[in-house]
Write a protein that binds this ligand. Sequence first.
Ligand SMILES: Cc1ncc(COP(=O)(O)O)c(C=O)c1O
Length: 466
Amino acid sequence: MNSLNLSFTNSISSVIDRPSLFKLTQPAKSLVRVCNDGRKISACLNLDVKVPDSVNFEKLGLEFDEGKDIMEREKRVLVGTYDRAKIAIKSGKGCKLYDYEGREYLDMTAGIAVNALGHCDPDWVNAVVEQANTLTHISNIYYSKEQVELAERLVESSFADKVFFSNSGTEANEAAIKFARKFQRFTHPNVKEPATDFIAFTNSFHGRTMGALALTSKEQYRAPHEPVMPGVTFVEYGNIEAAKEAIQRGKVAAVFVEPIQGEGGIYSATLEFLQALRTACDDTGALLVFDEVQCGLGRSGYLWAHEAYGVFPDIMTVAKPLAGGLPIGAALLTNRVASTIEFGNHGSTFAGEPLVCKPALVVLEKISKPQFLDDVSKKGQYLKQLLVQKMGANKHVKEVRGVGLIVGIELDVPAKPLVEACAESGLLILIAGNGNVVRLVPPLIISEHELEHAAQIMSDKLSVLD
Ligand SMILES: Cc1ncc(COP(=O)(O)O)c(C=O)c1O
Protein backbone atom coordinates (compact mmCIF):
# COMPACT_ATOMS: atom_id res chain seq x y z
CA MET A 1 0.00 0.00 0.00
CA ASN A 2 2.80 2.37 0.89
CA SER A 3 4.80 1.73 -2.22
CA LEU A 4 3.33 4.80 -3.88
CA ASN A 5 6.25 7.18 -4.21
CA LEU A 6 5.76 10.90 -4.16
CA SER A 7 7.82 13.67 -5.60
CA PHE A 8 7.29 17.40 -5.83
CA THR A 9 8.38 19.79 -8.55
CA ASN A 10 8.04 22.79 -6.28
CA SER A 11 8.58 23.39 -2.64
CA ILE A 12 5.12 23.10 -1.31
CA SER A 13 3.53 21.64 1.73
CA SER A 14 3.79 17.91 2.03
CA VAL A 15 1.29 15.83 0.14
CA ILE A 16 0.40 14.27 3.43
CA ASP A 17 -1.48 17.45 4.25
CA ARG A 18 -3.27 17.39 0.94
CA PRO A 19 -4.26 13.80 0.34
CA SER A 20 -7.27 14.47 -1.82
CA LEU A 21 -5.14 15.93 -4.60
CA PHE A 22 -4.16 12.57 -5.99
CA LYS A 23 -6.04 9.73 -7.53
CA LEU A 24 -4.10 6.71 -6.47
CA THR A 25 -5.70 4.03 -8.55
CA GLN A 26 -5.05 5.74 -11.89
CA PRO A 27 -2.80 3.60 -14.12
CA ALA A 28 -0.60 6.53 -15.27
CA LYS A 29 2.94 6.45 -13.92
CA SER A 30 2.97 10.13 -12.99
CA LEU A 31 0.03 12.29 -11.99
CA VAL A 32 0.33 16.06 -12.22
CA ARG A 33 -1.92 18.68 -10.74
CA VAL A 34 -1.55 22.40 -11.45
CA CYS A 35 -2.57 24.48 -8.44
CA ASN A 36 -4.29 27.86 -8.58
CA ASP A 37 -1.01 29.61 -7.90
CA GLY A 38 0.62 27.86 -10.83
CA ARG A 39 2.69 25.40 -8.83
CA LYS A 40 2.90 21.91 -10.25
CA ILE A 41 2.50 18.96 -7.95
CA SER A 42 3.29 15.54 -9.29
CA ALA A 43 2.81 12.14 -7.77
CA CYS A 44 5.13 9.82 -9.49
CA LEU A 45 4.75 6.06 -9.20
CA ASN A 46 8.23 5.07 -10.15
CA LEU A 47 10.67 7.13 -8.12
CA ASP A 48 12.68 5.83 -5.25
CA VAL A 49 11.31 8.13 -2.59
CA LYS A 50 9.05 5.94 -0.51
CA VAL A 51 6.09 7.10 1.51
CA PRO A 52 7.03 6.62 5.15
CA ASP A 53 5.45 3.56 6.68
CA SER A 54 3.87 5.85 9.23
CA VAL A 55 1.55 7.22 6.55
CA ASN A 56 -1.81 5.66 7.17
CA PHE A 57 -3.98 5.90 4.07
CA GLU A 58 -7.16 5.23 5.96
CA LYS A 59 -6.55 7.97 8.49
CA LEU A 60 -5.82 10.34 5.65
CA GLY A 61 -9.16 9.59 4.14
CA LEU A 62 -7.53 8.09 1.07
CA GLU A 63 -9.45 5.24 -0.38
CA PHE A 64 -7.24 2.36 -1.32
CA ASP A 65 -9.07 -0.74 -2.44
CA GLU A 66 -6.40 -3.42 -2.62
CA GLY A 67 -8.70 -5.96 -4.25
CA LYS A 68 -9.59 -3.53 -7.03
CA ASP A 69 -5.97 -2.55 -7.40
CA ILE A 70 -5.02 -6.21 -7.91
CA MET A 71 -7.75 -6.61 -10.54
CA GLU A 72 -6.56 -3.55 -12.46
CA ARG A 73 -2.93 -4.61 -12.31
CA GLU A 74 -3.92 -8.13 -13.42
CA LYS A 75 -5.46 -6.73 -16.59
CA ARG A 76 -2.22 -4.96 -17.44
CA VAL A 77 0.17 -7.87 -17.02
CA LEU A 78 -1.66 -11.17 -17.33
CA VAL A 79 -2.80 -12.78 -20.56
CA GLY A 80 -6.58 -12.61 -20.63
CA THR A 81 -7.34 -16.31 -20.57
CA TYR A 82 -9.54 -16.23 -17.46
CA ASP A 83 -12.97 -14.67 -17.03
CA ARG A 84 -12.43 -14.19 -13.31
CA ALA A 85 -15.07 -13.45 -10.69
CA LYS A 86 -14.48 -9.93 -9.37
CA ILE A 87 -13.02 -11.15 -6.11
CA ALA A 88 -9.38 -11.04 -5.01
CA ILE A 89 -8.78 -13.61 -2.32
CA LYS A 90 -6.27 -12.93 0.41
CA SER A 91 -6.49 -15.92 2.73
CA GLY A 92 -8.40 -19.05 3.62
CA LYS A 93 -9.07 -21.33 6.53
CA GLY A 94 -11.12 -24.51 6.40
CA CYS A 95 -14.06 -23.87 4.06
CA LYS A 96 -13.84 -20.09 4.36
CA LEU A 97 -12.04 -17.62 2.13
CA TYR A 98 -11.39 -13.94 2.85
CA ASP A 99 -10.90 -11.09 0.42
CA TYR A 100 -8.79 -7.95 0.87
CA GLU A 101 -11.67 -6.05 2.40
CA GLY A 102 -12.08 -8.77 5.01
CA ARG A 103 -15.28 -10.18 3.51
CA GLU A 104 -15.83 -13.85 4.28
CA TYR A 105 -16.93 -16.39 1.65
CA LEU A 106 -18.11 -19.94 2.11
CA ASP A 107 -16.14 -21.91 -0.44
CA MET A 108 -18.21 -24.43 -2.38
CA THR A 109 -15.58 -24.53 -5.14
CA ALA A 110 -12.43 -25.82 -3.41
CA GLY A 111 -10.39 -24.25 -6.20
CA ILE A 112 -12.33 -26.34 -8.76
CA ALA A 113 -12.32 -29.57 -6.77
CA VAL A 114 -8.76 -29.16 -5.55
CA ASN A 115 -8.70 -28.21 -1.86
CA ALA A 116 -10.21 -31.42 -0.55
CA LEU A 117 -8.95 -30.76 2.98
CA GLY A 118 -10.05 -27.14 2.81
CA HIS A 119 -7.63 -24.28 3.23
CA CYS A 120 -4.58 -24.48 5.48
CA ASP A 121 -5.21 -27.91 6.97
CA PRO A 122 -2.65 -27.95 9.81
CA ASP A 123 -1.18 -31.38 8.98
CA TRP A 124 -0.85 -30.43 5.35
CA VAL A 125 0.78 -27.11 6.29
CA ASN A 126 3.25 -28.94 8.56
CA ALA A 127 4.15 -31.35 5.77
CA VAL A 128 4.78 -28.47 3.35
CA VAL A 129 6.86 -26.49 5.83
CA GLU A 130 8.89 -29.47 7.02
CA GLN A 131 9.57 -30.65 3.50
CA ALA A 132 10.46 -27.14 2.32
CA ASN A 133 12.98 -27.02 5.13
CA THR A 134 14.40 -30.40 4.11
CA LEU A 135 14.36 -30.81 0.35
CA THR A 136 12.22 -29.16 -2.29
CA HIS A 137 13.35 -30.36 -5.67
CA ILE A 138 15.96 -32.71 -7.07
CA SER A 139 14.74 -33.38 -10.66
CA ASN A 140 13.94 -36.92 -11.71
CA ILE A 141 17.59 -37.80 -12.19
CA TYR A 142 17.84 -38.89 -8.55
CA TYR A 143 15.72 -41.10 -6.33
CA SER A 144 13.26 -39.49 -3.95
CA LYS A 145 11.84 -41.32 -0.95
CA GLU A 146 8.75 -39.08 -0.86
CA GLN A 147 7.97 -39.86 -4.51
CA VAL A 148 8.39 -43.60 -3.98
CA GLU A 149 6.19 -43.51 -0.87
CA LEU A 150 3.43 -41.63 -2.64
CA ALA A 151 3.54 -44.06 -5.58
CA GLU A 152 3.41 -46.98 -3.14
CA ARG A 153 0.33 -45.53 -1.45
CA LEU A 154 -1.39 -44.94 -4.79
CA VAL A 155 -0.63 -48.47 -5.92
CA GLU A 156 -1.80 -50.00 -2.61
CA SER A 157 -5.06 -48.12 -2.81
CA SER A 158 -5.95 -48.76 -6.44
CA PHE A 159 -6.05 -51.24 -9.32
CA ALA A 160 -2.69 -49.93 -10.53
CA ASP A 161 0.80 -51.40 -10.39
CA LYS A 162 2.83 -48.39 -11.48
CA VAL A 163 2.63 -44.61 -11.33
CA PHE A 164 3.90 -41.83 -13.56
CA PHE A 165 3.85 -38.37 -11.96
CA SER A 166 3.06 -35.16 -13.80
CA ASN A 167 2.24 -31.62 -12.69
CA SER A 168 -1.40 -31.29 -13.70
CA GLY A 169 -4.45 -33.12 -14.98
CA THR A 170 -3.86 -32.30 -18.61
CA GLU A 171 -0.30 -33.59 -18.33
CA ALA A 172 -1.53 -36.79 -16.72
CA ASN A 173 -3.79 -37.27 -19.74
CA GLU A 174 -0.97 -36.37 -22.09
CA ALA A 175 1.06 -39.15 -20.45
CA ALA A 176 -1.87 -41.56 -20.87
CA ILE A 177 -2.10 -40.68 -24.58
CA LYS A 178 1.60 -41.35 -25.09
CA PHE A 179 1.52 -44.55 -23.05
CA ALA A 180 -1.49 -45.85 -25.00
CA ARG A 181 0.24 -45.22 -28.34
CA LYS A 182 3.46 -46.79 -27.05
CA PHE A 183 1.52 -49.78 -25.73
CA GLN A 184 -0.04 -50.38 -29.14
CA ARG A 185 3.29 -50.02 -30.94
CA PHE A 186 5.08 -52.28 -28.47
CA THR A 187 2.44 -55.00 -28.47
CA HIS A 188 2.11 -55.04 -32.27
CA PRO A 189 5.76 -55.11 -33.39
CA ASN A 190 4.93 -56.59 -36.78
CA VAL A 191 2.06 -54.28 -37.61
CA LYS A 192 3.11 -51.42 -39.89
CA GLU A 193 0.55 -48.99 -38.53
CA PRO A 194 -0.60 -49.98 -35.06
CA ALA A 195 -3.69 -48.35 -33.55
CA THR A 196 -3.22 -44.65 -32.84
CA ASP A 197 -6.78 -43.25 -32.64
CA PHE A 198 -8.78 -42.35 -29.56
CA ILE A 199 -12.40 -42.33 -28.50
CA ALA A 200 -13.74 -39.61 -26.21
CA PHE A 201 -17.28 -38.57 -25.32
CA THR A 202 -19.69 -35.68 -25.56
CA ASN A 203 -19.38 -33.26 -22.62
CA SER A 204 -15.88 -34.55 -21.91
CA PHE A 205 -13.12 -32.39 -20.51
CA HIS A 206 -9.61 -33.78 -20.41
CA GLY A 207 -7.43 -30.68 -20.44
CA ARG A 208 -5.96 -27.96 -22.58
CA THR A 209 -2.64 -29.22 -23.92
CA MET A 210 -2.77 -30.33 -27.55
CA GLY A 211 -3.42 -34.02 -26.95
CA ALA A 212 -5.80 -33.67 -24.02
CA LEU A 213 -7.49 -30.78 -25.81
CA ALA A 214 -8.14 -33.02 -28.79
CA LEU A 215 -10.06 -35.32 -26.40
CA THR A 216 -12.08 -32.41 -24.99
CA SER A 217 -15.47 -32.18 -26.59
CA LYS A 218 -16.22 -28.46 -26.36
CA GLU A 219 -15.66 -27.08 -29.83
CA GLN A 220 -14.94 -23.58 -28.55
CA TYR A 221 -11.89 -24.79 -26.59
CA ARG A 222 -10.42 -26.60 -29.61
CA ALA A 223 -11.35 -24.40 -32.56
CA PRO A 224 -8.91 -21.49 -31.98
CA HIS A 225 -5.95 -23.87 -31.81
CA GLU A 226 -6.62 -26.35 -34.56
CA PRO A 227 -5.22 -28.59 -35.86
CA VAL A 228 -5.13 -30.46 -32.56
CA MET A 229 -4.04 -34.12 -32.32
CA PRO A 230 -5.86 -35.97 -35.12
CA GLY A 231 -7.70 -39.27 -34.83
CA VAL A 232 -10.23 -38.55 -32.08
CA THR A 233 -13.85 -39.62 -32.47
CA PHE A 234 -16.46 -38.24 -30.07
CA VAL A 235 -19.26 -40.59 -29.13
CA GLU A 236 -22.37 -39.68 -27.17
CA TYR A 237 -21.70 -40.21 -23.44
CA GLY A 238 -23.71 -43.20 -22.31
CA ASN A 239 -24.53 -44.48 -25.79
CA ILE A 240 -23.40 -48.10 -25.64
CA GLU A 241 -24.18 -49.04 -29.22
CA ALA A 242 -22.38 -46.03 -30.68
CA ALA A 243 -19.38 -46.69 -28.46
CA LYS A 244 -19.20 -50.35 -29.47
CA GLU A 245 -19.31 -49.36 -33.11
CA ALA A 246 -16.56 -46.76 -32.71
CA ILE A 247 -14.10 -48.91 -30.74
CA GLN A 248 -12.45 -50.73 -33.63
CA ARG A 249 -9.61 -53.23 -33.53
CA GLY A 250 -6.38 -52.00 -35.05
CA LYS A 251 -7.64 -48.41 -35.11
CA VAL A 252 -8.40 -47.30 -31.57
CA ALA A 253 -5.46 -47.11 -29.17
CA ALA A 254 -7.52 -46.04 -26.15
CA VAL A 255 -10.90 -44.88 -24.90
CA PHE A 256 -10.89 -41.90 -22.52
CA VAL A 257 -13.85 -41.51 -20.22
CA GLU A 258 -14.72 -39.68 -17.00
CA PRO A 259 -16.80 -41.99 -14.75
CA ILE A 260 -18.43 -38.75 -13.55
CA GLN A 261 -18.13 -35.79 -15.88
CA GLY A 262 -17.29 -32.54 -14.10
CA GLU A 263 -16.82 -29.59 -16.47
CA GLY A 264 -19.32 -31.14 -18.84
CA GLY A 265 -22.16 -30.66 -16.35
CA ILE A 266 -21.99 -33.40 -13.66
CA TYR A 267 -23.13 -36.48 -15.53
CA SER A 268 -22.47 -39.93 -14.06
CA ALA A 269 -21.85 -42.94 -16.26
CA THR A 270 -24.21 -45.89 -15.93
CA LEU A 271 -22.83 -49.24 -14.85
CA GLU A 272 -23.84 -50.75 -18.20
CA PHE A 273 -22.00 -48.05 -20.10
CA LEU A 274 -18.68 -48.55 -18.26
CA GLN A 275 -19.05 -52.33 -18.48
CA ALA A 276 -19.68 -52.09 -22.21
CA LEU A 277 -16.59 -49.91 -22.67
CA ARG A 278 -14.50 -52.41 -20.71
CA THR A 279 -15.75 -55.29 -22.83
CA ALA A 280 -15.30 -53.43 -26.11
CA CYS A 281 -11.73 -52.50 -25.16
CA ASP A 282 -10.92 -56.07 -24.16
CA ASP A 283 -12.38 -57.38 -27.42
CA THR A 284 -10.46 -54.97 -29.64
CA GLY A 285 -7.19 -54.46 -27.79
CA ALA A 286 -7.88 -50.80 -27.01
CA LEU A 287 -6.93 -49.49 -23.57
CA LEU A 288 -9.55 -48.09 -21.23
CA VAL A 289 -8.52 -44.84 -19.56
CA PHE A 290 -10.54 -43.40 -16.70
CA ASP A 291 -10.00 -39.69 -16.20
CA GLU A 292 -10.56 -39.20 -12.47
CA VAL A 293 -8.84 -35.84 -12.36
CA GLN A 294 -12.00 -34.24 -10.99
CA CYS A 295 -14.15 -37.07 -9.69
CA GLY A 296 -11.35 -39.13 -8.09
CA LEU A 297 -9.74 -39.05 -4.66
CA GLY A 298 -12.77 -39.19 -2.44
CA ARG A 299 -15.04 -36.71 -4.14
CA SER A 300 -17.61 -39.35 -5.06
CA GLY A 301 -17.57 -40.87 -1.57
CA TYR A 302 -15.32 -43.63 -2.94
CA LEU A 303 -11.59 -43.15 -3.09
CA TRP A 304 -11.84 -43.73 -6.85
CA ALA A 305 -15.15 -43.03 -8.55
CA HIS A 306 -14.94 -46.24 -10.63
CA GLU A 307 -14.93 -48.37 -7.45
CA ALA A 308 -18.67 -47.74 -7.23
CA TYR A 309 -19.06 -49.55 -10.55
CA GLY A 310 -16.60 -52.37 -10.04
CA VAL A 311 -15.22 -51.68 -13.51
CA PHE A 312 -11.49 -51.12 -13.74
CA PRO A 313 -9.38 -49.28 -16.29
CA ASP A 314 -5.95 -49.95 -17.74
CA ILE A 315 -4.88 -46.40 -16.97
CA MET A 316 -6.35 -43.85 -14.59
CA THR A 317 -5.41 -40.19 -14.51
CA VAL A 318 -5.68 -38.16 -11.31
CA ALA A 319 -4.61 -34.69 -10.25
CA LYS A 320 -6.57 -31.87 -8.68
CA PRO A 321 -6.81 -32.70 -4.94
CA LEU A 322 -3.87 -35.06 -4.68
CA ALA A 323 -1.37 -32.61 -3.20
CA GLY A 324 -3.96 -30.42 -1.44
CA GLY A 325 -3.45 -27.47 -3.77
CA LEU A 326 0.12 -27.94 -4.95
CA PRO A 327 0.53 -28.82 -8.62
CA ILE A 328 0.51 -32.54 -9.23
CA GLY A 329 -0.93 -35.11 -11.59
CA ALA A 330 -0.44 -38.82 -12.04
CA ALA A 331 -1.17 -41.58 -14.50
CA LEU A 332 -1.74 -44.91 -12.76
CA LEU A 333 -1.07 -47.96 -14.93
CA THR A 334 -1.39 -51.70 -14.84
CA ASN A 335 1.83 -53.68 -15.29
CA ARG A 336 0.59 -54.78 -18.70
CA VAL A 337 0.79 -51.17 -19.89
CA ALA A 338 3.72 -50.02 -17.76
CA SER A 339 5.93 -52.83 -19.01
CA THR A 340 5.80 -51.37 -22.53
CA ILE A 341 7.21 -48.01 -21.43
CA GLU A 342 10.95 -47.51 -21.63
CA PHE A 343 13.51 -44.96 -20.52
CA GLY A 344 13.02 -41.67 -22.27
CA ASN A 345 9.46 -42.37 -23.44
CA HIS A 346 8.23 -39.59 -21.18
CA GLY A 347 9.44 -37.33 -18.40
CA SER A 348 9.10 -34.06 -16.55
CA THR A 349 11.44 -31.74 -14.69
CA PHE A 350 9.24 -30.91 -11.71
CA ALA A 351 6.89 -33.87 -11.52
CA GLY A 352 6.82 -35.84 -8.30
CA GLU A 353 9.22 -33.57 -6.45
CA PRO A 354 9.53 -34.05 -2.69
CA LEU A 355 7.82 -30.76 -1.83
CA VAL A 356 4.66 -31.90 -3.60
CA CYS A 357 4.74 -35.60 -2.74
CA LYS A 358 5.12 -35.17 1.03
CA PRO A 359 1.91 -33.15 1.50
CA ALA A 360 0.18 -35.43 -1.03
CA LEU A 361 0.87 -38.32 1.34
CA VAL A 362 -0.99 -36.41 4.05
CA VAL A 363 -3.93 -35.77 1.73
CA LEU A 364 -4.12 -39.39 0.58
CA GLU A 365 -3.83 -40.68 4.13
CA LYS A 366 -6.74 -38.55 5.35
CA ILE A 367 -8.99 -38.99 2.34
CA SER A 368 -8.67 -42.74 2.08
CA LYS A 369 -9.91 -43.39 5.63
CA PRO A 370 -13.24 -45.28 5.38
CA GLN A 371 -14.88 -42.91 7.89
CA PHE A 372 -13.83 -39.89 5.84
CA LEU A 373 -15.27 -41.42 2.66
CA ASP A 374 -18.49 -42.39 4.44
CA ASP A 375 -18.87 -38.82 5.61
CA VAL A 376 -18.43 -37.54 2.07
CA SER A 377 -21.23 -39.85 0.90
CA LYS A 378 -23.54 -38.79 3.71
CA LYS A 379 -22.85 -35.10 3.26
CA GLY A 380 -23.36 -35.42 -0.49
CA GLN A 381 -26.70 -37.09 0.07
CA TYR A 382 -27.69 -34.41 2.57
CA LEU A 383 -26.65 -31.63 0.18
CA LYS A 384 -28.79 -33.04 -2.60
CA GLN A 385 -31.76 -33.35 -0.22
CA LEU A 386 -31.32 -29.76 0.90
CA LEU A 387 -31.11 -28.52 -2.68
CA VAL A 388 -34.21 -30.40 -3.73
CA GLN A 389 -36.11 -29.18 -0.66
CA LYS A 390 -35.09 -25.55 -0.94
CA MET A 391 -34.77 -25.11 -4.70
CA GLY A 392 -36.55 -28.02 -6.35
CA ALA A 393 -39.85 -26.17 -6.72
CA ASN A 394 -38.30 -23.25 -8.57
CA LYS A 395 -39.33 -23.18 -12.23
CA HIS A 396 -35.71 -22.71 -13.40
CA VAL A 397 -34.36 -25.78 -11.62
CA LYS A 398 -34.52 -28.77 -13.95
CA GLU A 399 -32.48 -31.32 -12.04
CA VAL A 400 -30.24 -31.81 -9.03
CA ARG A 401 -27.69 -34.55 -9.70
CA GLY A 402 -24.30 -35.91 -8.71
CA VAL A 403 -22.60 -38.34 -6.39
CA GLY A 404 -20.89 -37.55 -3.10
CA LEU A 405 -19.66 -33.97 -3.07
CA ILE A 406 -19.71 -33.38 -6.81
CA VAL A 407 -23.19 -32.02 -7.35
CA GLY A 408 -24.83 -30.18 -10.23
CA ILE A 409 -27.98 -28.10 -10.39
CA GLU A 410 -29.19 -27.89 -13.96
CA LEU A 411 -31.09 -24.72 -14.80
CA ASP A 412 -33.12 -23.74 -17.84
CA VAL A 413 -31.26 -20.41 -17.95
CA PRO A 414 -27.59 -19.32 -17.60
CA ALA A 415 -26.26 -19.84 -14.09
CA LYS A 416 -24.04 -16.75 -14.06
CA PRO A 417 -26.51 -14.30 -12.43
CA LEU A 418 -27.06 -16.78 -9.59
CA VAL A 419 -23.33 -17.36 -9.17
CA GLU A 420 -22.73 -13.60 -8.97
CA ALA A 421 -25.59 -12.97 -6.56
CA CYS A 422 -24.33 -15.77 -4.31
CA ALA A 423 -20.82 -14.32 -4.34
CA GLU A 424 -22.23 -10.99 -3.22
CA SER A 425 -23.87 -12.84 -0.35
CA GLY A 426 -20.65 -14.58 0.61
CA LEU A 427 -21.03 -17.91 -1.18
CA LEU A 428 -18.70 -19.13 -3.92
CA ILE A 429 -20.10 -21.64 -6.42
CA LEU A 430 -19.08 -22.70 -9.93
CA ILE A 431 -20.58 -23.01 -13.37
CA ALA A 432 -20.38 -26.11 -15.58
CA GLY A 433 -22.00 -27.59 -18.68
CA ASN A 434 -23.04 -25.03 -21.24
CA GLY A 435 -23.22 -22.32 -18.60
CA ASN A 436 -26.54 -23.61 -17.29
CA VAL A 437 -25.32 -25.90 -14.53
CA VAL A 438 -24.31 -24.79 -11.04
CA ARG A 439 -21.42 -26.99 -9.97
CA LEU A 440 -20.82 -27.61 -6.27
CA VAL A 441 -17.48 -29.21 -5.38
CA PRO A 442 -16.77 -28.01 -1.83
CA PRO A 443 -13.84 -29.06 0.32
CA LEU A 444 -14.58 -32.62 1.41
CA ILE A 445 -14.27 -31.54 5.05
CA ILE A 446 -17.29 -29.22 4.79
CA SER A 447 -19.76 -29.46 7.68
CA GLU A 448 -23.50 -30.11 7.42
CA HIS A 449 -24.08 -26.67 8.88
CA GLU A 450 -22.03 -25.08 6.10
CA LEU A 451 -23.96 -27.07 3.49
CA GLU A 452 -27.23 -25.77 4.99
CA HIS A 453 -25.88 -22.23 4.84
CA ALA A 454 -24.86 -22.67 1.19
CA ALA A 455 -28.22 -24.14 0.18
CA GLN A 456 -30.04 -21.30 1.96
CA ILE A 457 -28.08 -18.59 0.17
CA MET A 458 -28.62 -20.25 -3.22
CA SER A 459 -32.30 -20.62 -2.52
CA ASP A 460 -32.60 -16.98 -1.34
CA LYS A 461 -30.95 -15.75 -4.52
CA LEU A 462 -32.92 -17.82 -7.03
CA SER A 463 -35.13 -14.87 -7.94
CA VAL A 464 -32.24 -13.34 -9.92
CA LEU A 465 -32.91 -16.02 -12.55
CA ASP A 466 -36.40 -14.70 -13.31
C1 LIG B 1 -11.78 -34.46 -15.80
C2 LIG B 1 -10.65 -33.50 -16.00
N1 LIG B 1 -9.57 -33.90 -16.67
C3 LIG B 1 -8.52 -33.09 -16.86
C4 LIG B 1 -8.53 -31.80 -16.40
C5 LIG B 1 -7.35 -30.90 -16.63
O1 LIG B 1 -6.68 -30.69 -15.43
P1 LIG B 1 -5.66 -29.49 -15.28
O2 LIG B 1 -6.46 -28.23 -15.30
O3 LIG B 1 -4.99 -29.74 -13.96
O4 LIG B 1 -4.71 -29.55 -16.40
C6 LIG B 1 -9.65 -31.33 -15.70
C7 LIG B 1 -9.70 -29.96 -15.20
O5 LIG B 1 -10.70 -29.42 -14.85
C8 LIG B 1 -10.73 -32.21 -15.49
O6 LIG B 1 -11.83 -31.83 -14.84
